[in-house]
Design a protein around this ligand. Structure first.
Ligand SMILES: C[S@@+](CC[C@H](N)C(=O)[O-])C[C@H]1O[C@@H](n2cnc3c(N)ncnc32)[C@H](O)[C@@H]1O
Length: 218
C-alpha cells in the first residue's frame, strides 16, 4: 500500500510521512487490523516486507520475531523502532519470493499491506508457505478487490496509474489462491466495501499427519 516499493534511499522524512499516512488510513478504513493479525502470531514468527515496522507494537511479547524487506532504508527504520520499543528483532534484507530460510523454519508468517506491491504475489505466498511449518499460521492483511461495483471501477482506474508508477495493485485478492497454494483459511474478515481483507490461514499438513508428527507442535 502507498508505494514504498523501490524507495531504496528512503529518508527519515519520507518514512515519517508514510507512517502518518498509514495511521490516517488505519483509523478510517482498517482500525484494529494490525492487532487482529499480530495477536494471532506465536513462537518463531517471520514478518515478510516488514517496512518501517508498524506491526511491532502489536505482537505478543513472547513472539520471537524475524523481519525481511528488500528496502534497506525501511529496515533501518524498523530496527530503530524495535530498539525504542525494547523488542528483540532479527532483520534481513531479502526478496519476498526468495527467502533465505530453510523449509518449515517458522511457526507463523505475517505479511501486511505488501502483497499488493510484490510483482508476483502467488510466488510470495508459495515462498511464505515453504518456510512455514505444516499446521503453522499464515496471517495476511491487505487492500483487495472490492465487493462494490463502483469501488471496483475506481480501483481499476487507479491501478492503471499505480501499477506502472509504483507496482501497486488494487484488484488482487491473495486469499482466493490460498487453498490451491496449500493453506486453509480458518478465519477472515472483509470490510470497507470489501476492499480490506484480513486472513488467518493454516498451512496444510501432508495426508495422515497430525500435531504429534510435528517436531514443534503448537
Ligand atoms: C506499503 S509497505 C508495507 C509495510 C508493512 N508491511 C506495513 O504493514 O506497514 C510495503 C513494503 O513491502 C516491501 N516490498 C515490496 N516488494 C517486496 C519484495 N518483493 N520483497 C520484499 N519486500 C518487498 C517494500 O519495501 C515496503 O517496505
Amino acid at each position: 500500500m502507498s508505494g514504498m516499493a523501490g524507495t531504496a534511499g528512503m529518508s527519515a522524512d519520507q518514512a515519517a510521512r508514510y507512517d502518518a499516512l498509514m495511521a490516517r488510513l488505519e483509523r478510517r478504513y482498517f482500525p484494529d487490523t494490525r492487532a487482529w493479525v499480530c495477536g494471532r502470531a506465536s513462537r518463531e514468527t517471520l514478518e515478510i516486507a516488514i517496512g518501517t515496522g508498524l506491526n511491532l507494537a502489536h505482537y505478543p511479547a513472547d513472539v520471537r520475531l524475524t523481519g525481511v524487506d528488500h528496502n534497506p532504508a525501511a529496515l533501518a527504520i524498523a530496527r530503530g523502532r524495535a530498539r525504542r520499543q525494547g523488542r528483540d528483532l532479527r532483520l534481513t534484507e531479502a526478496d519476498a519470493t526468495a527467502l533465505p530460510y530453510p523449509d518449515a523454519a517458522f511457526d507463523t508468517v505475517v505479511c501486511t499491506f505488501a502483497l499488493c506491491e510484490v510483482p508476483d504475489d502467488d510466488a510470495a505466498i508459495t515462498e511464505a508457505l515453504r518456510v512455514l511449518r505444516p499446521g503453522g499460521s499464515l496471517l495476511l492483511a491487505d487492500h483487495v478487490v472490492a465487493t462494490t461495483r463502483l469501488v471496483r471501477f475506481g480501483q481499476r482506474a487507479l491501478e492503471t496509474l499505480t501499477i506502472p508508477l509504483s507496482g501497486e495493485h488494487f484488484t488482487r485478492r491473495p486469499s482466493a489462491h490460498l487453498l490451491a497454494l496449500g493453506a486453509e483459511v480458518i478465519a477472515s474478515d472483509r470490510f470497507a466495501h470489501g476492499a480490506i481483507e484480513r486472513v488467518h490461514a493454516r498451512k496444510r499438513r501432508a495426508a495422515g499427519k497430525t500435531d504429534h508428527d510435528d517436531p514443534r507442535p503448537q
